[in-house]
Design a protein around this ligand. Sequence first.
Ligand SMILES: Nc1nc2c(ncn2[C@@H]2O[C@H](COP(=O)(O)OP(=O)(O)O)[C@@H](O)[C@H]2O)c(=O)[nH]1
Ligand SMILES: [Mg+2]
Length: 433
Amino acid sequence: MSPALIVVLAAFAVALAVVILLLVARARRPDIPEPGRQLEAPPARPPEFAEEAGKRDAAAPPVTAAPPVAAAPPVAAAPPVAAAPPVAAGPEPAEEGEPTAPLAEPEQKVPTGVEVAEPPFPEEAEKPPRMRDRLGKARGLLAGYLGSVAGRSKLDEETWEELEEALIRADVGVATTTGMLESLRDRAKQDKIRDPQSLTVALAEEMRSSFGGTSRELAVGAVAGGTGVTPPTLWLFVGVNGVGKTTTIGKLAMREVQAGRSVVMAAGDTFRAAAAEQLELWAQRTGADIVRGAEGSDPGAVVFDAVQRAVSRGADLVLADTAGRLHTKVNLMEELKKIRRVADRTDATVTEVLLVVDATTGQNGMIQAKQFAGAVGVTGIVLTKLDGTAKGGIALAIEKELGIPIKLVGLGEGPADLVPFDPAEFVDAILAG
Ligand SMILES: Nc1nc2c(ncn2[C@@H]2O[C@H](COP(=O)(O)OP(=O)(O)O)[C@@H](O)[C@H]2O)c(=O)[nH]1
Ligand SMILES: [Mg+2]
């Protein structure tokens, strides 16, 4: 081999080595995170990588041999990946518009705007919905269970257990479920029920009969003795915050105005100004009159003034709203008792104290119902948001355990979405497959 050829070959080898190194350096670059943009931690680079790379580089004989290549800046300059800040530092202060991973505790959801939410109000009067059409969620849960019970090959202890689980899951509550199943066992014995399918039919009957036959009409006052004048009737609405008191008053005002009665609303929730504003919207939309007090003012006084207004205008009905939450130092039950006493001393006849219960709160609603019933003599329950729950069994529990009739149910947020409670229709609606 001629020396010239050796030189040429050596030069070629050096050039090749340079090209290879440049390629290696370039291939490593994309791994270097662009500071500030990276929200996701890149896969941690194993420490041996650098070593290996070094080895690989070192292994390339021409590189060590050729001085310019050893100095090849890209290889040496490539910052060690382990130093990439985002890995250890977690999410960077995100650039504008970029999603930030939550670092702190997730923000508490405060039910803001609940009391100023504009009620959906169609231009034309709508027909009241049917329970069957609105209880799809509740039906899904129970019908699923009962389908599985009915599909069993025989009626054994497991069948009873499955039935019990279905009822408890549907919020019927342990006490009511136990009572209902005991009575269903008697019925099954008496009627010689031996197959699971007939048992589900008997359960529907048991549910229907567990609702009392009491009147579910809202009572109105009678003509005052001898005078020939009918004093206004007053219905008082109580219940914890957010259950649907104000909305129910709005819906009822709609129904009563359409039935030809004149209505005065008493904005007795003076805890927040927004509560009165919400009621005011319903008053405007239903054509009812309204009496409001200043924020923080005495709710009893508002109810008193509303009755005065009703008397002076010859109105038929006063619908009195109340707060469901007060400053901690004020006891809600004591405040409600006071309102009730004031209402009783007016010229109006208090014929209903309606406890509004949110069906989606399950057994919590039962606890509330017991407290209110003990304090203010509740005459009826309005069970709201039945359209939004997969349960609904609380209806059975409330009537069975408290003996207070459910008079109305809320099936949505619109003015027509309040219907009288019909137990048979309710049972069909939650059980029909
Ligand atoms: N889906 C549904 N929502 C309801 C029903 N009744 C009330 N709401 C909603 O529940 C929320 C609270 O109602 P509101 O009347 O302000 O409750 P209050 O604090 O007891 O007066 C509002 O967004 C209402 O629209 C109902 O029957 N179904
Ligand atoms: Mg309210």
